[in-house]
Design a protein around this ligand. Sequence first.
Ligand SMILES: *Cc1c(COP(=O)(O)O)cnc(C)c1O
Length: 348
Amino acid sequence: MPVTVRADLASLPDYVAGRKVPGAVILSSNELSGQAPASVLAAIAEAAADVNRYPAMGCDDLMDRTAEHFGVDRARLAVGCGSVSLCQQVIQALCQEGDEVLFAWRSFEAYPIVTQIAMARGVKVPLVDQAIDPEGLLSAVTDRTRVMFVANPNNPTGTALRTAELTSFLDRVPDDVLVVLDEAYREFVTDPDVPDGLTFLDRQNVAVLRTFSKAYALAGIRLGYLVADLEIAAAVRKVGIPFSVNRVAQAAGIAAMTASAELMARCREVVEERPRVRAALVELGYDVPESQANFLWLPLGERTAAFNEHCLDQKVVIRAFAGEGVRATIGLPAENDAFLAAARTFPR
Ligand SMILES: *Cc1c(COP(=O)(O)O)cnc(C)c1O
């Protein structure tokens, strides 16, 4: 008899690599345009010289610095190889086989994948008007529900829950269900009524997930962090793959926090572009929900594939979700202009 693999893995979506378009404007992955700051690149080069040595096992310096920089309790922190890795660790730390993990849909593509890999059951709750529906999430809770992922702002729609709505939601989530507030785009939020998840950490069943991939210009280095209750954070650290936050990533993260003034200035440029790009699209007749993130969502439905092809022909790479819509990252002004030019010439 041959060796067999888990049958359920056949239902996991295969990764579809984006079309390679030489010289194209890349607005497909919500990265910050332009290289990481020179000081960060220097720290990476320096750390790379010692790659024959294992990294610090407990990421001590990185943990100290992250706790200090973001004003969180170090003992409540877990760092991971991208926040995707922390999503999977949360499930591995909390769920038994068949337990349920709730999330809105459409939301971050990694949620259903890491849920299934960790042997839990993903439950998708439809968006309402392109936004996360807290009432829908609450109605979907069963006695098997252990975790909820709430991306605020939501990827790919950019919509965000406001303070009153999120507070009322958290008040009604059962105490034994962990709500992971995924704030990958926190640094791009401009509406003061979109709450900072860290303010909810007085609740034992709330955790906040953040990443260095977006505002900190380190998508390629794979680094994220979670702030949670003491015991939950310890369990999340425990299930992590040893040394998965490598030596170069640890150094890059520390250097990025040191360079945060420069990076936050670049984030401000992005959010200043956001209303300009949205207004131009609305003017062209596109439906575009207001975004609190570094991207815009165009719910194009059946026209999604054609719009995507048209953008590729114009050497603009965006992210298409077949039959639903496209997500375009806000880049530098010239990059956004290239996207707008494509949107303008799309035959409607
Ligand atoms: C981009 C993104 C992340 C970041 O993932 P990393 O693994 O840290 O690169 C997390 N959550 C959401 C919702 C995202 O869009």
